[in-house]
Design a protein around this ligand. Structure first.
Ligand SMILES: Cc1ncc(COP(=O)(O)O)c(C=O)c1O
Length: 366
């Protein structure tokens, strides 16, 4: 091994279960090998469990979470389409940018870092833009540690007959996100955070309403690689070649999904909550101040203000070099002012929380 393992307590990637590594070194198979096709089917079925949906089109995509974000947007947006984008941090801003790059107009409903978007704000935007095709929001804002409530927005969007797109890259696998019950039409996530798989593979689910919108497009999707209707032909009966599936990544994700089912989603969400609460209480006991709306803080990502007198780079450097622990600095308005501490997937353990708190106590002299 060329480097020592780390205790990954940043905003992703997180540590993975040894079984996931093992799966990554499974023998390589052809993309149409019957064993591989079975693995694809099993992966789809396990993904449906994770997304809590019956949606047939629930597949993996080659590429990180950004590939899924881009796919979710570019398959819907045609030139001139309006999309209402709720922005409560960095990744919402990215969604808006991607809408515009694909020729759409992003109607931004923006609140400050650390806050959540009100359903009334989305309602107002829908009133003001009756032709909007979709409403897009990020659930877990990895940049602020805040989770956006979804239920009310889902109802509003469905009542108006629009599509509802939700990014769960940060939170899926560590939070309860019943895609069907929340009336989400398109939802995606990435492998490397609470799902406990590798970076480089992502997943997406679309219901029939969303597929109807895709099928009714007047123009072809403006990227060939992420055209979901082409990708669907490979995942389902036709098995038409689209790209060479990244076998080791699919096997690793499938293993991570199997581990999730063995643990049970409810237990897994509870584990993330217990670890997250332990961390938040421990940081507060050390005299540190947590960032953002206390009502909507995420379990899996805690944003904490850097205490006066502590040097951001020095503390993070000592955590990494002396203790092998990775935490990550703040983003945008929080750059140099906050730390982001992740407890995701296999990393979300009480043991890791105690280890990090002990290390911080020593470094900060608290
Ligand atoms: C909320 C959110 N969306 C999208 C992404 C993009 O995922 P990736 O970095 O895997 O491309 C991230 C990554 O941190 C994220 O946190």
């Amino acid at each position: 091994m060329s480097h020592e393992p780390r205790v990954l307590l940043g905003p992703g990637p997180s540590n993975v279960h040894p079984r996931v590594f093992q799966a990554m070194i499974s023998p390589i198979l052809g993309y149409l090998d019957p064993v591989f096709l079975d693995a694809m089917d099993e992966t789809m079925s396990r993904l449906r469990y994770l997304f809590q949906t019956q949606n047939e089109l629930t597949v993996t995509l080659p590429g990180t979470g950004m590939a899924a974000m881009e796919a979710a947007i570019c398959n819907v947006v045609e030139p001139g389409d309006e999309v209402i984008v709720g922005i409560h941090g960095f990744f919402g801003q990215r969604m808006a940018e991607i809408v515009e790059r694909h020729g759409g107009t992003a109607i931004k409903v923006e609140v400050g870092f650390g806050q959540v978007i009100g359903a009334d704000q989305i309602g107002q935007a829908l009133d003001d833009h009756p032709n909007a095709k979709m409403v897009a929001v990020v659930h877990g804002e990895t940049s602020s540690g805040i989770g956006q409530p979804l239920a009310e927005i889902g109802k509003l969007v469905r009542d108006r007959g629009k599509l509802f797109l939700v990014d769960t890259v940060c939170s899926l696998g560590g939070a309860d996100i019943p895609v069907g019950d929340l009336l989400i039409d398109i939802c995606y996530s990435g492998g490397q955070k609470c799902i406990g798989g590798p970076a480089g593979i992502s997943c997406i689910t679309l219901n029939d309403r969303a597929q109807e919108v895709l099928q009714a497009r007047s123009n072809a999707v403006d990227t060939w690689y992420l055209d979901l209707m082409l990708i669907k032909k490979y995942w389902f009966a036709d098995r038409v070649y689209h790209h060479t599936a990244p076998g080791p990544m699919v096997f690793a994700l499938k293993e991570a999904l199997e581990i999730i089912q063995e643990e049970g989603l409810e237990n897994r969400v509870a584990r993330h909550k217990e670890a997250g609460d332990l961390l938040k209480n421990g940081l507060t006991d050390l005299g540190l101040e947590l960032f953002g709306d206390p009502e909507n803080r995420l379990s899996m990502l805690t944003c904490v203000m850097i205490p006066d007198g502590a040097d951001d780079a020095d503390v993070r450097g000592r955590l990494l070099n002396d203790f092998g622990i990775e935490i990550v600095g703040g983003f945008g308005p929080l750059k140099g002012k906050a730390w982001r501490i992740g407890l995701m997937g296999y990393s979300a353990t009480e043991r890791n929380v105690h280890y990090l708190l002990a290390a911080l106590r020593e470094i900060l002299g608290a």
